[in-house]
Write a protein that binds this ligand. Structure first.
Ligand code: FAD
Ligand code: AMP
Length: 479
């Protein structure tokens, strides 16, 4: 007899594990199927995010930032550091410890909430049943009242640069380099490429980023992207736009990369090459042909705004469906779906999802960019406040960048916020909350902000929207 659950979740990444926990909190019986195994052959929870994504990359970003601070930026404070050295294996060990702690934490939360972890690879069969094949080939079928697919994504591979896991590596390999490469090539100057490139640049690599597009960070507000490019260049990242990689081959312990630019074909040699050209949904071999599920033209499982697939009682969330590939987007979808299964009228606001690049300074955004507002003809006002005018940013010697707030010209409602600068992620989050409450720029302007804080830059940018900023000259002075 097959086991029966109210909900079977496939995948224990931030989308799946959150859905599983919320469903269990709501009194449903829940199993969560996960194929990831640790080195002892036991099921490993947490998905890409905890194991090879958000968390380990932030651990290395923080370690490398501290190292670069100690080596390069403390003299200005009167602190002399002689002979700062990086112990890469120790840095990796710290990262691994954090990953272990957090993945173990999810196991603890499953236990606490009564979610049953099931080790194996899940496949959706017709009638909302899930077939699970474990590592030894044993097959069981779980009977599910509802199925939530949260199978995530995998790195995109490109034929010109096949991954060999030694010289040509993907984001996972880039989190495990045991030595600092003297010359590091990165294909793709997107979010992941910039974060990983920054880690190794800070540790001493000469980093060259090869980006096919002519525009830097096209999804970001143009003004913010331009400022970010200026700052990254100053840090030593050699970002080459309009550079399409056409081949990569390993020769005498190095990688020879060929690429085309407007000036013709060129080659360059690196000690290691990171391929960071994006991720694709892991939607293959996930469901039987008669399960009723379909994929869209880009391989995502087709869902509506409520993450309902075309088959009754089958939902899909996270990276395996449309929308930004971000951990928190999948988690919120997980909560929404769990609540809807439990009969609650939950929905998700896709217009209010923050995104962050965790370089230093960070680049963060929510809502519309200025170019989007121009393109769709929305009348808008912009307020910008540079960190160079922030007392707190100057006090901490961290005053590159700016906060930009966009509001509707007629209603003053905030439509977007874009930040490059210290703690950009946390500053944008303040505006995410404001936007969720339908705030106007004036509302933020009327809020009291502690002094001296970086948050005051948000206050001043909101005031600047209506020409009322105090600590800069307003572009348009309004009464
Ligand atoms: P995943 O985390 O990919 O989890 C899917 C899980 O499903 C996996 O554990 C997989 O083993 C399992 N699975 C798949 N198929 C099956 C099957 N058939 N049966 C059983 N199990 C299955 N996002 C952010 O928001 N912030 C960041 O700072 C950030 N940094 C990142 C840094 C890097 C280097 C990378 C690679 C990604 C980063 N991301 C970040 C993206 C983030 O990791 C993903 O958006 C997020 O993990 C997606 O969550 P998910 O649950 O949809 O999928
Ligand atoms: P993201 O999706 O944010 O991770 O960014 C991936 C980046 O890789 C995109 O900006 C792509 O333009 C870039 N890219 C994809 N293929 C190539 C290639 N062959 N050469 C250089 N850049 C590429």
């Amino acid at each position: 007899m097959s086991e029966k659950y109210d909900v079977v979740v496939i995948g224990a990444g931030p989308a799946g594990y959150v859905a599983a926990i919320r469903a269990a909190q709501l009194g449903l019986s829940v199993a969560c199927v996960e194929q990831w195994l640790d080195d002892k052959g036991k099921v490993r929870l947490g998905g890409t995010c905890l194991n090879v994504g958000c968390i380990p990359s932030k651990a290395l970003l923080d370690s490398s930032y501290k190292f670069a601070e100690a080596r390069d930026h403390l003299a200005v404070h009167g602190i002399a550091v002689k002979g700062a050295e990086i112990d890469v294996p120790a840095m990796l060990q710290r990262k691994e410890k954090i990953v272990e702690q957090l993945t173990g934490g999810i196991a603890g939360l499953f236990k606490h909430n009564g979610v049953t972890p099931v080790s194996g690879t899940g496949k959706v069969l017709s009638g909302a049943r899930v077939e699970v094949t474990d590592k030894d080939g044993n097959v069981q079928v779980l009977d599910a009242g509802n199925v939530i697919i949260a199978a995530g994504s995998v790195p995109v591979e490109i034929p010109p640069a096949p991954i060999d896991d030694e010289y040509i590596i993907d984001s996972t390999g880039a989190l495990e380099l045991r030595e600092v490469p003297a010359r590091l090539g990165v294909i793709g100057a997107g979010v992941i490429g910039l974060e990983l490139g920054s880690v190794w640049n800070r540790l001493g690599s000469e980093v060259v980023m090869l980006e096919a597009l002519d525009e830097f960070l096209p999804m970001m507000d143009v003004q913010i992207a331009r400022e970010a490019a200026r700052i990254f260049k100053k840090q030593g990242l050699d970002i080459r736009l309009g550079t399409r990689v056409t081949g990569a081959r390993v020769k005498k312990g190095a990688v020879e990369v060929s690429y085309t630019t407007a000036n013709g074909d060129q080659t360059e040699t690196f000690d290691r090459l990171i391929v960071a050209v994006g991720r694709k949904p892991r939607s293959q071999e996930l469901f039987a042909s008669d399960s009723g599920l379909t994929l869209d033209e880009r391989g995502y499982i087709f869902v509506n705004d409520y993450c309902e697939t075309e088959a009754p009682h089958i939902f899909a969330i996270g990276d395996v469906v449309r929308g930004p590939m971000l951990a928190h987007k999948g988690s919120e979808e997980g909560v929404m779906v769990a609540e809807r299964i439990a009969g609650k009228p939950a929905q998700m606001n896709y217009d209010c999802i923050p995104s962050v690049i965790y370089t230093h300074p960070e680049v963060a955004a929510v809502g519309k960019t200025e170019q989007e507002l121009k393109a769709d003809g929305t009348p808008y006002k912009a307020g910008v406040f540079p960190f160079a005018a922030s007392g707190r940013a100057l006090a901490s010697n961290d005053s590159d960048g700016m906060v930009k707030i966009l509001a509707h010209a007629d209603t003053d409602r905030i439509l977007g916020c874009h930040v490059v600068g210290p703690s950009a992620a946390d500053l944008v989050q303040q505006v995410v909350i404001a936007m969720e409450f339908g705030s106007s720029a004036e509302d933020i302007g009327l809020t009291v902000f502690g002094h001296p804080t970086l948050s005051e830059a948000v206050h001043e940018a909101a005031l600047a929207v209506n020409g009322h900023a105090i600590h800069i000259a307003n572009r348009k002075q309004r009464k």
